[in-house]
Ligand binder design. Structure first.
Ligand code: C5P
Length: 241
C-alpha cells in the first residue's frame, strides 16, 4: 500500500472464492457474504461447468468479480482470452507468470484500463520440495521474485503469491498490488495449501487482497466467518497505518 492511497477497510481486502459445484450454491454463498467482503472470485470449478453464465449469475450482487482462470498458453491465445474476459466486465483476472515475457506482454496489451491482471508467481499449494521436484533449484521467495519481476517488466502490476513472500515482493516492487491466497485463520485446516498465513499476518506482510475459500465456504455461518476475518484485517491495517 503506498502512502498516497486511502486506507482500505478490512472488508474491501477480502476476496471470497466461490468454490462450489452449482450456480445455486454459488449464488447462496455470494448472497451470504457479499455485504461483508470486497470481491467475489469465480474459479475454474464454476467456470468449467457454466462458462460465462457463472459470471453473469454473480454480477447482480454488485461486488467486483475476480475471474481466476490462471491462463497459461501461447501469447496469441492468452491475449485473445484476456480480451474476452475484459469484455465480460470482471475486475481481476489471473494469468501464470511463468508463461514468459511475450505471453505476459500480450496479456497486458489486451487488458485495457478496467481489468486488473494478476500474475500468479508460485502457487500457494507448492512447497519448497515440490519446487525442487519440478527442476527449480532457487528458494521459493527467489523464484517468486524473478516471476514478479517478469510480470512487472511486461506491464502486469498485480501479483499472486503467498503471504510468506509478500515482504520480499513489496520491497522489490513497492507499487505492485499483492494478492495472497493460502489464508488460514488461527486453527483452520490447511487442506492442500502449503504456504499459509493468518489474515492478520498476511496484511502485516503487505498483502492488498486476501483470497479466502474454504475457511468461509465451509463455515457453519459463512457471513459470520467473513465478518470475523474482516475484523482481523481491520486490526492489522490499523497496525500498518
Ligand atoms: O482458502 P482456500 O485454500 O480454499 O482457497 C483456495 C482458492 O484460492 C481456490 O479457488 C484456488 O484456486 C485459489 N488460489 C490458490 N492459490 C493461488 C491462486 C489461487 O489457492 N496461488
Amino acid at each position: 500500500m503506498t502512502a498516497s492511497k486511502a486506507q482500505p477497510i478490512g472488508r474491501d481486502c477480502i476476496a471470497v472464492a466461490l468454490d462450489v459445484s452449482t450456480l445455486e450454491e454459488a449464488k447462496r454463498l455470494a448472497g451470504a457474504v457479499a455485504p461483508h467482503v470486497g470481491v467475489l472470485k469465480v474459479g475454474l470449478e464454476l467456470f468449467v461447468r457454466y462458462g460465462t453464465s457463472a459470471v453473469e449469475a454473480i454480477a447482480p450482487f454488485g461486488v467486483p468479480i475476480f475471474l481466476d482462470l490462471k491462463l497459461h498458453d501461447i501469447p496469441e491465445t492468452v491475449g485473445r482470452s484476456v480480451a474476452s474476459a475484459r469484455d465480460l466486465g470482471v475486475r481481476f483476472l489471473t494469468i501464470h507468470a511463468s508463461g514468459g515475457p511475450a505471453m505476459l506482454r500480450a496479456a497486458a496489451n489486451a487488458a485495457g484500463d478496467q481489468l486488473r491482471l494478476l500474475g500468479v508467481t508460485v502457487l500457494t499449494s507448492i512447497s519448497p520440495d515440490d519446487l525442487r521436484s519440478i527442476g527449480v533449484s532457487a528458494p521459493v521467495d527467489e523464484h517468486a521474485r524473478s516471476l514478479a519481476r517478469a510480470c512487472h517488466d511486461a506491464g502486469v502490476t498485480g501479483l499472486v503469491t503467498s503471504a510468506l513472500e509478500a515482504p520480499v515482493l513489496r520491497r522489490e516492487l513497492p507499487s505492485s498490488f499483492l494478492v495472497t491466497p493460502g489464508i488460514r485463520p488461527s486453527g483452520a485446516a490447511r487442506g492442500d495449501q502449503s504456504r499459509v498465513a493468518t489474515p492478520g499476518d498476511a496484511v502485516r506482510a503487505g498483502a492488498d487482497l486476501l483470497v479466502v475459500g474454504r475457511p468461509i465456504r465451509d463455515a457453519a455461518d459463512p457471513a459470520a466467518a467473513a465478518r470475523a476475518i474482516a475484523d482481523e484485517v481491520d486490526a492489522a491495517l490499523a497496525e500498518r497505518a
